[in-house]
Design a protein around this ligand. Sequence first.
Ligand code: GDP
Ligand code: MN
Length: 385
Amino acid sequence: MNLSEYRSKELIAQFGVPIPQGRFAQTAAEAEARARELSAKKYVVKAQIAAGGRGLAGGIKFAATPSQVSDEAGRLIGTKLVTEQTGKDGETIAGVYVEEAVDIADQAYASFVLDPKTGAPTLLASAKGGVAFEELARMDEGAVQSLELSADTANLSKFLEKLGLSKVDALASLLKKAKTAFLENDLLLLEINPLALTKSGDWLAVDAKITLDGNALFRHPALEGLSDGETMTANERAAHENEINFVKLDGNIGVVVNGAGLGLATNDMIIDAGGRPANFMDIRTTATSFQIAKGVELLLEDPQVKAILLNVHGGGMTVCDTVAEGVAFAYSRSDRKLPLVARLAGQNEDWARKILKDRMLPVESHPSISQAIAAVVAKSSGRAV
Ligand code: GDP
Ligand code: MN
């Protein structure tokens, strides 16, 4: 779950990381009023979406006066911004961050991540920050160096010096504060790009991007509020409220599965069989029929979805008939009776199949996963089975 720039900056500022002064606004008029509060010499109007790459996609605009801020904000708000990081449909710009523009002398890159091998918090840094960083890093591996962050950060200034950065003590002090923000909030990623050296010689976080760890959110109730609404699509939010793990994908086969591992394996098998999943969905073991119905409703409402696959392993806390009740309920409330292919195995599977048949769902049941997948792939592509 990514936070937008201004939320990310608000969070790191609480830990003492210096940021330019700025204000969030949701309308052009509000943006102008916020700009007047800042009384800066020059402004930057920055589209707020939960993804980077905005500079290269036209989402970062400079303005000389508050009324120009209003014009730029008016052009951005409500439109869709497609960047390298958004996916092809882009993201709707719900608001802008109005900032005082700073005079940048030098741009560096810094991010905090967890080393995938050791699990240790690690700093990645480069003297070549800015919008072209990703491209540069791809071409020149040496441009980015990593430093494992043990409790002792005495070596940090040296590391920064070796990268060719200046004012390293001030920079090390900023990065130590950022490290605390990263660790105390259980973040998966804290990226500062550019980390800017101003003409007056101060290091500032001019952009920041945070990825929250969904599994650690229960430890940070304040962060949970921040991520809601911005980082999920409306459908993902509806699923989340019903305790269903849901991620929208771009295929046409709706997939309903219990268990995240089975969900991933099912999607892999669909792709191997030549089909394209429209989503990842894990109905958790504790989901009620009503919650499951909400999940299926999202698929029935999605015009891209042409057929639905139900792959359920009954056992433990999930019983097949609870799932079947939920699916049947969703179908009874929808006008789109999409073909349903079911593979139900385990506890109460016979009963579940009977529920789907008795409620007159357009269902076809198969005993094995591969048979069910072959059938749903055929239906989704309009081929006869
Ligand atoms: P991103 O493209 O989504 O990563 O958005 P950024 O917030 O990083 O902005 C893109 C680029 O705009 C930065 O890399 C800077 O070069 C530039 N930029 C952003 N804010 C300022 C500013 O206040 N002053 C100057 N001179 N450039 C800025
Ligand atoms: Mn950036």
